[in-house]
Ligand binder design. Structure first.
Ligand code: ADP
Ligand code: GLC
Length: 554
């Protein structure tokens, strides 16, 4: 395990601490001695570990992105690297990754041994994130040379358990082959949660990963990876694990559930969602198993990567701006209206949306009120999204029915997303549930006032301006169309009758600090704790174990 050289406080720092403590307490300390609390702090500092962290995921911005998971992996990796850890990210090498945009080099190949004597030769490639964080890309044409990441034309690939199961195993083989043994495997969602299982069932004594710990982040508990159990032999997992307290779920296997059972720690992406998933409705069938792990479950709010999502420097928007001068935002609004063929009118509010078109996002609620709202209220509506065909069709016809007033782009476009966040006045997010939600965070930073449902991470990041003068948005509570219509009308009414209030919400939002710094420190704390726990459990078990002192694959 890599221990950073102990960081001792400088003389000045020590003096400062002693001084501030002594000013609180009159008790004199012998020269050079610190009070117990300070000593503990000192010890903690001394044991700060420089960790090898591997973020294992199915998406990573800007290479392969379907939703917020990709952004989270990218920005967490950057923030952890800033904390001086050795960080790498690994994802599949999908053929949808545009190779012409990146500098990618081939590192070598490795054999992945699955169950049933099945072997796959995979290729390992390396690119980089932010210029200095290695991104490993796992190539296996049969599984990843496809037109989609998880699905195609709205249909999920039927072999996803095979694809991501093999990927999870490949990650371990690669680390072994490369002689790079992470202290932490940070896995994400069902696609990679199997890695935590493999880590634990790898033949124990000889395992090069004996000292590695795993952390699973649940980004969305409604996607669990439930598949036919017949995949178990391929995964090399014994049928004896096909029980209700590990893999089995109503006759199928449940990969997320297994990840929850086998990971050393579990996080989810906001404190409120961490509470919601412990309840039967929020837990989508997994609340009971999660409650058993409640002492190793924590919600950590995602942040905003201010290098990518920042109106002051964003290269994807026509004019940059900040809260001290919003002229640029008005020009972005004009550009948005032009791009989407809307009437150029600075005084008409634009309600924007960038979203996967899925039930989770409250699209059904919106569908039932949007036409009425557009017919009766004075606003423009812009949407960027793709997903379920029924919803895509709805927005296509809406644009025709309300030409010049409502427009949509069905598809995926990073550039348009930035333009909508910058050019809109309100950002609509009527989610039925929302583990974290990045949309409402980006909107606030871009001075676009969220109109959102109070659920999950939205509760932790948006305060209603009607309740608090430091508020940044408008919230509705009941997951009902009438509640959505009401809040939309209220916000639009205030735009007309109390523009100062809207301006206050806008400026408050732009002043929020959603930086990753604090959240990354929370991850760091958990990583350190579970690595230390793992280390002490193996040393206490067998202090003379030769495999502890040196890696088998240096
Ligand atoms: P989720 O991950 O559930 O989709 P989030 O709000 O966490 O929701 O993250 C959504 C991310 O995906 C944001 O970065 C948003 O800009 C982006 N996004 C969603 N749909 C599209 C799209 N059609 N085109 C471009 N970006 C999109
Ligand atoms: C999931 C969630 C979303 C969250 C994102 C990143 O896609 O639906 O709420 O922001 O993951 O963690």
């Amino acid at each position: 395990m890599a221990l950073a050289s102990p960081k001792r406080k400088t003389t000045t720092a020590t003096k400062k601490t002693a001084k501030s403590t002594s000013s609180k307490k009159a008790t004199a300390l012998p020269k050079g001695q610190l009070p117990v609390k300070e000593l503990e702090k000192e010890e903690r500092k001394e044991t700060k570990m420089k960790l090898k962290i591997l973020l294992v995921a199915s998406e990573c911005s800007p290479y392969a992105k379907v939703g917020g998971l990709a952004d989270m992996i990218f920005s967490l990796s950057r923030s952890l690297a800033k904390l001086e850890h050795e960080v790498k990210v690994i994802i599949p090498f999908y053929s949808v990754i545009d190779k012409s945009l990146y500098n990618i080099r081939f590192l070598g190949s490795a054999c992945v041994h699955m169950g049933c004597n099945c072997e796959h030769w995979i290729g390992l490639h390396e690119a980089s994130l932010d210029g200095n964080i290695p991104l490993w890309l796992v190539e296996y044409a049969d599984y990843f040379n496809r037109r989609g990441i998880y699905d195609e034309s709205g249909r999920e690939y039927t072999d996803n358990a095979y694809r991501f199961g093999m990927f999870s195993k490949a990650v371990l083989e690669i680390c072994k082959e490369m002689g790079w043994i992470p202290d932490i495997f940070h896995v994400n969602d069902w696609q990679t949660s199997l890695l935590s299982v493999f880590l634990k069932i790898w033949p124990n004594l000889l395992s090069p990963f004996k000292k590695s710990a795993s952390l699973l982040t649940i980004h969305n508990i409604c996607y669990q990876g439930k598949y036919d159990a017949m995949v178990l032999p391929y995964l090399g997992i014994d049928w004896k694990l096909f029980t209700a307290d590990t893999f089995e779920d109503y006759g199928q296997i449940n990969l997320l559930k297994a990840g929850i059972v086998y990971s050393d720690f579990i996080t989810t992406v906001s404190p409120t969602y961490a509470k919601e998933i412990l309840e039967p409705i929020g837990g989508a069938g997994l609340s009971e198993i999660l409650r058993k792990r409640a002492d190793t479950l924590m919600g950590i709010l995602n942040g905003v990567d201010m290098k990518v999502w920042n109106p002051k420097i964003d290269p994807l928007i026509p004019v940059n701006y900040d809260k001290t001068d919003l002229k640029g935002k008005l020009l972005c609004k004009e550009a948005l209206q032009e791009k989407f063929g809307l009437r150029k009118a600075p005084n008409i509010p634009i309600v924007g949306m960038v979203s996967r078109l899925h039930v989770q996002k409250g699209i059904s609620l919106l569908k039932s009120i949007l036409k009425e709202a557009l017919a009766t209220e004075d606003f423009q509506f812009v949407l960027l999204g793709e997903g379920e065909k029924e919803f895509e069709d709805f927005f296509r016809t809406l644009s025709m029915e309300f030409s010049g007033k409502a427009a949509s782009f069905i598809g995926f476009s990073e550039e348009l997303a930035h333009l909508i966040f910058a050019g809109s006045d309100f950002f609509l997010m009527p989610s039925l549930y929302e583990p974290c939600g990045l949309g409402q965070l980006y909107a606030q930073i871009y001075g676009t006032v969220p109109i959102a449902r109070a659920t999950g991470g939205i509760v932790d990041s948006v305060l209603d301006i009607r309740q608090d003068s430091s508020g940044t948005g408008f919230l509705f509570h009941q997951p009902e169309a009438t509640a959505l219509l009401e809040v939309l009308k209220t916000a639009l009414g205030l735009w007309k009758n109390n523009p100062q209030l809207i301006q206050t919400a806008r400026i408050n939002g732009m002043g929020k600090n959603f930086s990753w710094e604090e959240s990354a420190k929370k991850y760091e704390e958990i990583y350190t704790k579970i690595v230390q726990k793992k280390y002490s459990s193996i040393t206490s078990h067998n202090p003379h174990n030769p495999y502890l002192s040196a890696s088998l694959f240096p």
